[in-house]
Design a protein around this ligand. Structure first.
Ligand SMILES: [Mg+2]
Length: 308
């Protein structure tokens, strides 16, 4: 930073999802917290149904702000992070709504927006990994921060009203998977770090950057978003009883020997399925895909977190 920039008070951009109930309060709160901490009045930008934060984050970068704060749920965070990744400009998070899986994994206070706002302004920059997904050999990669799913979890998510997602949480998807058994097992080939491939008949495969769900359940035991590795969970239950094995696997934090759930980890993963399957990134259903390549971009995103 040069001297003339140093002499000006720092300024944050706040990208708000106005559909979240608490959004109306965020502007006033953010203005107060900025002023109390010696920051300039923030630049407020709202997401729209068509643009969940991408162009807003680009505008924030163009205005040379010191931190870009996503005030919304995991979808808003993902869109903003995709623009900030690799730029050296940090992401702050004010969690709104009730999902907020990245914020939970970061240990941010998800029930106190003012505390989250202070942390976004005054916290330290922490580098975390992001995962880049290439879907069906497309030219553009899509970034996610928490998890991507191909198969049953994405299918259930696509069917699930936001209300259920917000109130019951991600475990509702597993429960719905057990009850609804959408689709059939599909033949899939999985290759980790361009090595030996394994063939599965699976119902779904989920890739995680970090491990925690709501309610303290760890989907990927021991997964960290700063270890340069992605984690894969292959769900291949045999019949209805097999879903009980899946649940047992989830609740045993990876200690279950049940073959219904298998874990892999590495820096890259390639997944191809014989027939297109629903897929989701950080809980947003994004259609169907039959081929995914997943690559860790280690430490690419700076997030603001209270100093330790
Ligand atoms: Mg990791």
């Amino acid at each position: 930073m040069n001297q003339s920039a140093d002499s000006l008070p720092p300024r944050a951009a706040v990208i708000i999802n106005p559909a979240k109930g608490e959004a109306a309060d965020v502007r006033a709160m953010m203005t107060t917290v900025s002023s109390n901490n010696g920051w300039a009045a923030p630049l407020f930008l709202e997401t729209t149904p068509e643009d969940g934060g991408t162009s807003q984050a680009r505008q924030a970068l163009a205005e040379n702000v010191d931190v870009v704060i996503a005030a919304g749920g995991d979808g808003t965070v993902r869109c903003v992070a995709a623009v900030l990744s690799g730029t050296g400009t940090a992401l702050g998070i004010i969690p709104l709504g009730t999902g907020n899986l990245l914020a939970r994994n970061l240990g941010l206070d998800i029930n106190d927006p003012a505390a989250a706002a202070r942390e976004a302004l005054t916290g330290a920059n922490r580098p975390i990994d992001v995962i880049l997904a290439t879907v069906d050999h497309a030219r553009d990669q899509q970034l996610f921060l928490v998890m991507a799913g191909l198969g049953f979890d994405a299918a259930v998510m696509a069917d699930t009203k936001d209300g259920l997602k917000d109130t019951v949480g991600w475990l509702a998807y597993v429960d719905a998977g057990i009850r609804k058994l959408p689709g059939r097992p599909v033949k899939a080939t999985i290759t980790i770090d361009a090595g030996h491939s394994t063939v599965h008949r699976l119902r779904g495969v989920t890739c995680g950057n970090c491990g925690k769900l709501q309610g303290g359940v760890e989907l990927f035991p021991g997964a960290r978003f700063d270890d340069g590795e992605l984690d894969l969970m292959v769900v291949a239950p045999r019949g209805r009883l097999g879903w009980l094995g899946v649940l047992a696997g989830l609740f045993s934090r990876g200690r279950s020997k049940d073959p219904s759930v298998e874990y892999f980890h590495g820096k890259t993963a390639e997944i191809s399925v014989a027939t297109p399957q629903a897929f989701q990134l950080d809980g947003d259903p994004l259609g169907e895909a039959s081929h995914l390549t997943l690559t860790v971009d280690a430490g690419a995103l700076l997030v603001r977190q209270a100093g330790s």
